[in-house]
Design a protein around this ligand. Structure first.
Ligand code: FAD
Length: 293
């Protein structure tokens, strides 16, 4: 199945994300968490790709195990920064041989100490170059990343949107957003994106914050604006990990309800290998999703 089918379906739906282990020793525990997340029957599960290509083997292994074990549809992430053509082509062949037809095509973060211009001579300097390669390699459904609060390397939002349009013209079927904590940021972005002539479906990505340390990490990673309503929760409940977790789950569920109420039909949740968090959010939405869990 192509994940685009559930993204554009009229039914409200969720997808979840897992990240692969960094070491062999952690493989079984990640697989077990991914299996529990699959038991929640999301539309699909995305499996991230280790930064800088590290752990790429595990991305395929987790994706393969999910498909074979529970029949869950998967979206395998792939980054191209620093990769040569043969490695990418071999990887695409592996995915195809495993029946994995959905790829989230990313450049990946630049290695520490490199600047954007340093990548010019590489095989795939930008995600659009990878998307062209994937399109030439087979019948894949391709997703790409977008940034409601602008990618940190971009000089302006207008510039970022021009580059985003290149990814869509290269063949991206849909876009998934970086996390955001204020839905108005997403709605404003959607206006600008449509104005820029980008018409493909956009999937909002929601990150449930379940610990005070995650707030700082999320801020650093995404540069996201954190509304007062959100930071108040962390300030007030931050001393109790259980209370922070409960508040974070409810905050994420509330964001998703607002998105559904404003016409969005598919939301991706950065579940970070936490089946209990995925289950709790889904439980709060059960009647809206038209399912009992
Ligand atoms: P690009 O689309 O290539 O954009 C990167 C920057 O280059 C932007 O500033 C863009 O405006 C600019 N640019 C694009 N084209 C050009 C051009 N032709 N000339 C000049 N500038 C240009 N990282 C991982 O390592 N593994 C993952 O699994 C992963 N999953 C992700 C999933 C989502 C939904 C998101 C939002 C991010 C994810 N990331 C992941 C992080 C991502 O790799 C980084 O944000 C990375 O810095 C940019 O990747 P990109 O695909 O958006 O790059």
């Amino acid at each position: 199945m192509k994940v685009i089918d559930s993204i554009v379906s009229q039914a409200l739906s969720l997808s979840f994300e897992v990240f692969p282990p960094k070491t062999d020793a952690a493989f079984d525990s990640v697989l077990s968490a991914a299996g529990e997340i699959a038991d929640l029957r999301p539309s699909f599960i995305s499996v991230t790709y280790g930064a800088g290509g590290g752990g790429s083997r595990y991305t395929v292994e987790i994706a393969r195990a999910l498909r074979r074990g529970s029949g869950t549809e998967v979206l395998a992430h792939l980054t191209c920064v620093g990769a040569d053509r043969q490695t990418i082509r071999d990887y695409l062949k592996t995915l195809k041989d495993d029946g994995i037809h959905n790829i989230m095509a990313l450049r990946g973060d630049l290695p520490a100490g490199t600047r954007p211009g340093d990548m010019r001579g590489s095989a795939y300097p930008h995600a659009a170059d990878l998307i062209r390669e994937i399109r030439a390699s087979g019948d894949f459904c391709v997703g790409a990343a977008c940034y409601p609060e602008v990618h940190p390397e971009s000089a302006s939002q207008a510039e970022d949107l021009r580059r985003l349009r290149e990814k869509v013209e290269a063949g991206a079927d849909f876009l998934t957003t970086q996390m955001f904590f204020d839905n108005d940021v997403f709605y404003n972005f959607m206006y600008k994106l449509r104005e820029a002539g980008i018409a493909v479906p956009v999937v909002p990505g929601i990150m449930p914050i379940t610990s005070p340390t995650q707030v700082e990490r999320a801020r650093k990673l995404s540069g996201s604006f954190m509304p007062r309503r959100f930071t108040n929760l962390v300030d007030h409940f931050g001393s109790s990990s259980e209370a922070t977790k409960q508040a974070g789950i409810l905050y994420a569920a509330d964001q998703i309800i607002d998105l559904f109420a404003n016409g969005i039909r598919h939301v991706h949740i950065y579940t970070m290998n936490k089946p209990d968090v995925a289950a709790a959010i889904q439980g709060h939405l059960s009647q809206m999703l038209g399912r009992t869990f």
